[in-house]
Write a new protein. Structure first.
Length: 369
């Protein structure tokens, strides 16, 4: 015997009618007459359409029936698909593969389907997307600072060089890795090993190299550890440049040594994607005995220079005296005046009495006066 019962569905609800576990139809707002019998189990599940997402254990049966046409948006995303869901103009969620049903009765729903196979995800509202529900589970983000570059490797292959900014990648689509590379100007101290000059003097030469990465892909993929490669090349260049010079020439022309070293190093590291901006020699370290020898050589040289200057001054003074003597010899009156000047200078510094006898000096003084 069949039994009838009335079911009321409110305006903000929809009824899901099931009979013997199978979905039958969708009940819209209003009164509905539902028949039931001892042999048939019927039930009505009321769901609110105010909630955008339809969640039900038999969601697939309901969606496949086609009863939700005009009432809901159905998303059946494949393994490589993702979707951005906007509700009433606001980004609500980022959803992954599977079946999703969204009521469109009370809300404006917009869906953006995205192919995740390219792995890298670009969007004008990327910052907003990364904050949406489900974004953290499905997207991985990385921030590249100013002056840096990000090398994107997908499944072990270089896929792109990322500029500064925030970048996002879909999870679960292969192996992705972003390697940040510093493109700013950097400096490295190169401590020289013991190097022998052309005249068999052992020394150590320390240099400072300023460089920057101009090709980040080469710097990362062509060699393991570009900083260590730069250091090795600099040491080899130091040996090549210092070994062809004698010590005196090396110490006298440090700028020339630095220029030759920079040229040699610039050529060597170009294959690594590096550019040498400047190179300078900081220290030249000599053995202790060599320092003493150089100090003695320098001291002797300075002493010889001082003696030479003294002799030059003495020669100049003697030459001046000879000229003065010749002048006095040709003019006796000047000689007498010079004698009086000396006499006056002596009298001013001591208690001196001058006695003039007859003739002789007296007459000469009178004549001078």
């Amino acid at each position: 015997m069949s039994m009838l019962r009335f079911i009321k569905v409110r305006a903000d609800e929809r009824g899901l009618l099931f009979r013997d576990g199978a979905f039958v139809r969708l009940l819209k707002p209003g009164w509905h007459l539902v028949a039931a019998s001892p042999l048939t189990a019927s039930r009505v599940d009321r769901v609110s359409v105010r909630q955008v997402w339809l969640s039900h254990p038999d969601l697939e049966l309901i969606a496949r029936s086609g009863a939700l046409a005009g009432e809901a948006e159905q998303l059946d995303l494949k393994d490589h698909e993702r979707a951005l869901v906007w509700v009433d103009g606001r980004l609500t969620a980022v959803v992954g593969p599977g079946l999703h049903v969204l009521w469109t009765v009370f809300h404006e729903v917009k869906v953006e389907r995205v192919d995740a196979r390219p792995v890298r995800f670009e969007h004008p509202e990327l910052a907003l997307v990364l904050q949406a529900t489900g974004a953290r589970d499905r997207l991985e983000s990385v921030a590249i600072a100013a002056g840096w570059a990000g090398l994107l490797f997908q499944d072990g292959r270089h896929a792109a060089t990322l500029p500064p900014g925030v970048h996002a990648f879909w999870k679960g689509e292969g192996q992705s890795k972003v390697l940040p590379v510093d493109l700013r100007e950097q400096s490295a101290d190169v401590a020289g090993q013991e190097i022998m000059t052309a005249d068999k003097v052992t020394l150590r030469l320390n240099a400072v190299v300023t460089y920057r990465i101009v090709d980040p892909v080469k710097a990362v993929t062509e060699i393991e550890g570009y900083a260590q490669a730069l250091y090795r090349q600099a040491q080899l260049a130091l040996r090549a440049v210092v070994g062809t010079r004698e010590l005196d020439r090396l110490l006298a022309d440090k700028d020339g040594v630095a220029a030759e070293l920079e040229a040699a190093l610039r050529t060597g590291v170009a294959a690594f994607g590096l550019e040498i901006r400047a190179l300078g020699i900081r220290d030249v370290i000599l053995p202790g005995e060599m320092k003493e020898i150089l100090n003695r050589v320098t001291e002797a040289r300075k002493a010889a220079e001082a003696a030479l200057i003294t002799r030059r001054e003495e020669t100049a003074a003697m030459r001046s005296q000879a000229n003065t003597a010749r002048i006095f010899e040709s003019n006796p009156t000047l000689m007498r005046l010079r004698e009086l000047e000396v006499l006056e200078r002596v009298a001013g510094k001591a208690n001196l009495s001058v006695i003039l006898g007859e003739g002789g000096l007296t007459e000469r003084v009178v004549k001078l006066l």
